[in-house]
Design a protein around this ligand. Structure first.
Ligand code: LLP
Length: 432
């Protein structure tokens, strides 16, 4: 096993993904290409489902955050595994619908849903709309009235927590574009407005503290603040929230330097914290929800590239350039995220060639990794970047008019296309 169960090395010294030879896969599907071990995705779904039921209470179901990775076949898997889905845009809603995802199991998020988005969500019969602001609440109330419907909502609340993660992926601070803050008092007015709105049914509260979080402390802090809020709202308005959704955020191991994470134990301990806090505030435990994205798909994914050049800049560094880059994985450019890179043809050889992994874009910042060492590649070598299942395909672009790679699904020793490779004609398809 290399870092995660989906990756190993076979007798040829080749990397395997879901037990299939990465070099042979590249001959079949070309490079660059994303791979996803869907058996590993299902295992994570089952783990979350079982642990939530055991430790968060019977009604608690994990909600898969589709922003991490979203395409029809994946939503079909998530539906089969009995999870709910968090969609953040009408595009994600549309994908869920096209995949036959039960819309009553969808939570619709976003800090700026347009009237059109809200109407679309209500028409589709989305189960919950997570309302971000009083403006949105008023718009939703009148659109629901127009459609003769009642909108079931959670209110997005800002607990004011610093999760000690990368600033760009931390969202629970008071100074945030998301939600309404408790400490400024605005969250209470928000609740009052929701309770007063005629076509709104308030089902509870939502918060999200951040992403790539390795221990339970930020979640525990969120639970304390949010459950105190639930208790105060009951006292002020006589309203007891049935649901508390504390968002996503469990971390994933990208490199050997990241900590090992025991999800079962984290969820078990978090469950105990919820019980203790509810007791402290003397409130019945709401249905606890969480929205894992990254931890369900990241470790099941890898990207395979072909090396185009190995350039040794004397006195500086060695650049290994591949046929992808920031258009298929912008995370190093955006967040300096670190990855494990493997020479897929010599996965068992010493990783002793220090280099920078560069993409093919016309931009010097287009790098995938710096300060890494791999078994020395040459033009034509297949390289793998591991743990790319989350926030890679979903954040991909056509910068430099580079077609997006396909997503290949692997299950039970077989592969199939989940998303086909974009063609040059796809690239000009929308041009008039
Ligand atoms: N729920 C809400 C409301 C969220 O904002 C997010 C992530 C999640 C759930 C899922 O969090 P996860 O379990 O995946 O950590 N593009 C960044 C990540 C941004 C995450 C934004 N919100 C990255 O590549 O690291």
């Amino acid at each position: 096993m290399l870092l995660h169960p989906s990756f190993d090395i076979n007798e040829k010294g080749h990397l395997t993904i879901g037990s299939l030879d990465a070099v042979e896969l590249s001959e079949t599907y070309g490079t660059p290409a994303y791979y996803l071990d869907t058996d590993a995705v299902r295992n994570m779904c089952r783990m979350y489902k079982a642990q939530f039921a055991a430790h968060f209470g019977g009604n608690s179901t994990p909600i898969y955050a589709g922003k991490a990775l979203c395409f029809k076949k994946l939503y079909a898997i998530i539906a089969e595994e009995g999870l709910m889905a968090d969609c953040v845009s009408p595009g994600e809603l549309h994908t869920a619908r096209a995949a036959g995802f039960p819309m009553e199991r969808v939570f619709f998020h976003g800090n700026n849903k347009t009237d059109g988005d809200l109407r679309y969500a209500l028409e589709l019969g989305v189960g919950h709309i997570v309302v971000d602001s009083p403006d949105e609440l008023a718009a939703l109330d009148s659109i629901a009235a127009e459609l003769g419907k009642e909108a079931t909502v959670l209110l997005r609340i800002t607990p004011g927590i610093d999760p000690h993660t990368h600033q760009k992926i931390s969202t629970g601070n008071i100074d945030s574009k998301f939600g309404m803050a408790i400490s400024t008092g605005q969250a209470y007015d928000f609740v009052k407005a929701a309770l007063d709105a005629e076509h709104i049914r308030l089902d509870g509260f939502h918060c999200h503290v951040g992403s790539q979080i390795f221990d339970i402390d930020p979640f525990k802090e969120a639970a304390e603040i949010m459950l105190a809020f639930v208790a105060k709202v009951r006292e002020e308005y006589g309203y007891l929230a049935p649901v508390l959704n504390i968002g996503g955020g469990f971390g994933v191991r990208y490199t050997e330097d990241d900590p090992q994470i025991d999800y079962e134990d984290n969820i078990r301990r978090l469950g105990q914290e919820f019980d203790a806090i509810c007791k402290e505030f003397d409130i019945p435990k709401p249905s606890i929800m969480m929205e894992p994205g990254r931890s369900i798909v990241a470790a099941a994914g890898a990207t395979l590239y072909t090396v185009g050049s190995v350039k040794e800049v004397s006195g500086f560094r060695n650049y290994v350039s591949v046929d992808g880059g920031m258009p298929d994985n912008p995370r190093y450019t955006l967040y300096q995220s670190r990855y494990t890179v493997v020479n897929a043809e010599k996965a068992d050889a010493p990783a002793d060639y220090p280099c920078t992994l560069a993409g093919r874009c016309c931009e010097s910042g287009d790098l995938l990794a710096e300060g890494i060492s791999i078994a020395k590649p040459e033009r034509g070598t297949i390289l793998a970047v591991l743990v790319t299942g989350a926030y890679n395909y979903s954040m991909a672009s056509n910068y430099n008019r580079i077609p997006r790679p396909p997503v290949i699904l692997i299950s039970g020793g077989k592969s199939e296309i989940g998303v086909r490779r974009e063609t040059y004609d796809d690239i000009i398809e929308l041009d008039s």
